[in-house]
Design a protein around this ligand. Structure first.
Ligand SMILES: Nc1ncnc2c1ncn2[C@@H]1O[C@H](COP(=O)(O)OP(=O)(O)OP(=O)(O)O)[C@@H](O)[C@H]1O
Length: 596
């Protein structure tokens, strides 16, 4: 290993967020203001010197004095007492509205963004409908039919505000759902609900906090506005009501507008500033990795037509009957322009025996990852997948339900990705990310999972497993992160491991170590392995057989020795020439362990 854990494990993300927030003086001031208002509102009964509705006609419009710190209004009521009770009403109104908006908007946004199926369509339609309703008219109808109680009014406003949170949540989820660590969580066999609540909700939290604090402020303004317009309950002391009454005596006592006006302004301002400061503190943890998987797929576009009919190539078609993984005529297509289809995997057939390593090679965009994700059942919903056969032992993969595939992923087939850092969730410790899937998949307790995780980390060459378990991904080097992912992939003893260019993103000095580790683990556990790679040198070192892909087709498939000794297909020859330009062919070198 080239690097060690770089910071103390206790210096976790939560602590860093708190510290970052604490370093923002404006955010801290806003938090202090909000906290003070909350305390005043909660203890209004104890703090208010008078009953807020106590009318004393002998004491109307008194200026501030020792008896009445903020004076009295036109009915002789104590302004300070009404202000304190009004804070309670305003905060209650905001809480009801934001609570309703979050309840209606966030879960629906999470599901719509993550599943992107019929639910997305229905939820969007409902959001559009709600947004098109004239809010004031709806509120007037609600108040006239249900009365001026705080709850029905604010619940209605919350429902009307929920499309805003729905759209925000949905768009964040759509951006993050193709992140590699979400794929990794899927591969480890976690269900959608767990992925949403564990990995996606934490990303939504930052933008949601900003918007929620804004909606909270809006709730206070709208509720005060309704009271101001006379839609409130006159027996309920409120800032809006106070403002309305102050306007009636504006010429005699203009100072009466100051207290409620300042209270509304200060609270709303503090909410907005607090939300923005929180977002800053939360947001800086997330890199700009959003959509990396998408970028990776998009960059692979635009390839030449293959020049040879696949059926003529030896070993390309017929899968062995006793093979662990058997694929016949796998096709993956995507909707193209208009009614056209864009085929990206075009009827490939391959097999992998137990304990065998198959190298899947080909240039960028040839369909290697699409084939891998097709096997794992992780292609995007718009992909159309078909095959005459796709089985893993006794399990049929093609046409299997998401639930069946989920049961296989992590336990019988596992995945090691290309970019280790993006495949680890930055919000959780390595220990949590290793033990949770094990507990879920193997049904073991926390202590056993922790022990297993430590042993696995030790096995994959992590020098201090206990310390690494407590570390967050950003505290690891790329090589260590990849070892952690390898440990996670083999943690439930899979029969098939798919390693998708597992060393491409790593420093050259650790590439060989990681490949050796994969090969050792594969041998120890007699796992079948598909190694996706561009690199024929890696194929020569590790693989037993190799399938060469070009533009969605396997153009040549045979034993590594034979392929290197006598490549049949011009594309294979070209790949070999490119790889071995400056090197003596491996097929002509003396073999070490029998691989070549
Ligand atoms: N969601 C998608 N919609 C349409 N086309 C896609 C989608 N995802 C991938 N493709 C296309 O599928 C083809 C094969 O992509 P794939 O990622 O399997 O290539 P690859 O051989 O793994 O390349 P690389 O080595 O760069 O990862 C590419 O042309 C790519 O543009």
């Amino acid at each position: 290993m080239t690097a060690a854990v770089q910071a103390t494990p206790t210096d976790g993300i939560r602590l860093r967020r708190i510290k970052r927030f604490a370093r923002n003086p404006i955010g801290m001031a806003a938090a202090a203001v909000l906290l003070s208002i909350l305390v005043l509102a909660v203890f209004a009964r104890q703090l208010a010197p008078y009953d807020p509705n106590l009318i004393q006609l002998s004491e109307t419009l008194l200026p501030p004095s020792g008896a009445h710190l903020l004076g009295t209004d036109a009915s002789g009521r104590d302004v300070l007492s009404r202000l304190l009770w009004g804070a309670q009403v305003s905060l209650q109104a905001g809480a009801i509205m934001i609570g309703t908006a979050i309840l209606c908007g966030v879960p629906t946004g999470l599901i719509a963004g993550y599943s992107s199926r019929w639910f997305d369509g229905v939820a969007n339609w409902c959001a559009n409908l709600l947004m098109s309703l004239p809010e004031i008219l709806v509120i007037i109808v609600v108040i006239t039919s249900l009365g001026s109680g705080l709850t029905p009014t604010m619940v209605t406003l919350g429902v009307l505000a929920s499309p805003d949170l729905f759209r925000l949540t949905r768009s964040v989820v759509v951006n993050v759902r193709d992140e590699l660590y979400i794929d990794a969580a899927r591969v480890s066999g976690l269900g959608s609900t767990r992925i949403i609540f564990r990995h996606i909700l934490s990303v939504v939290l930052g933008p949601l906090l900003v918007r929620a604090s804004f909606v909270f402020g809006l709730a206070i303004i709208v509720q005060s506005g309704l009271e101001f317009l006379g839609f409130g309950d006159p027996s309920r002391p409120s800032w809006g009501g106070m403002l309305s009454e102050a306007f009636q005596t504006i010429y005699r006592a203009p100072e009466l507008v100051i207290a409620p006006g300042a209270a509304i302004g200060l609270t709303v301002m503090a909410l907005v500033v607090f939300g923005a400061a929180m977002a800053d503190a939360l947001g800086a943890d997330r890199g700009d990795g959003t959509g990396k998987a998408k970028q990776r797929r998009a960059s692979a576009a635009g390839l030449a037509e293959p020049s040879l009919d696949v059926s003529t190539i030896e070993g390309a078609v017929v899968p062995a009957e006793d093979a662990l993984l058997q694929i016949a005529n796998l096709r993956v297509t995507y909707p193209g322009d208009g009614d056209t289809e864009k085929p990206v995997v075009r009827g490939i057939s391959l097999h992998v025996d137990r304990g065998e390593v198959l190298g899947l090679v080909g240039e960028s965009g040839s369909g290697k990852s699409q084939t891998s994700f097709g096997i794992l059942g992780l292609l995007p919903p718009e992909a159309r997948v078909s095959a005459a056969r796709m089985t893993l032992g006794d399990a049929t993969l093609i046409g299997a339900s998401e639930q069946q595939l989920q049961a296989l992923r992590g336990t019988r087939m596992a995945y090691v990705p290309q970019e280790p850092m993006s495949n680890l969730d930055p919000s959780f410790t390595i220990g949590t990310q290793l033990t949770k899937p094990m507990r879920h998949k193997l049904g073991i307790g926390k202590a056993e999972a922790t022990q297993r995780a430590r042993e696995l980390l030790d096995r994959v060459g992590i020098p201090d497993p206990v310390r690494t378990m407590a570390a967050y991904p950003h505290q690891l080097s790329g090589g260590m992160a990849q070892r952690v992912l390898i440990a996670g992939a083999v943690s439930c003893d899979p029969e098939l491991l798919i390693a998708d260019e597992p060393t491409t993103a790593l420093d050259v000095t650790v590439q060989a170590d990681v490949l050796n580790l994969l090969r050792d683990l594969q041998r120890e556990r007699n796992m079948a392995m598909i190694l996706v790679t561009h690199n024929l040198g890696v194929v020569a070192d590790i693989c037993d057989r190799v399938a060469v892909m070009q533009d969605g087709v396997i153009v040549e498939q045979r034993g590594v020795r034979e392929l290197f000794a006598a490549p049949q297909h011009p594309y294979t020859r070209m790949l070999l020439d490119a790889t071995l330009e400056d090197a003596r062919p491996r097929s002509q070198r003396p073999t070490g362990n029998g691989a070549l």
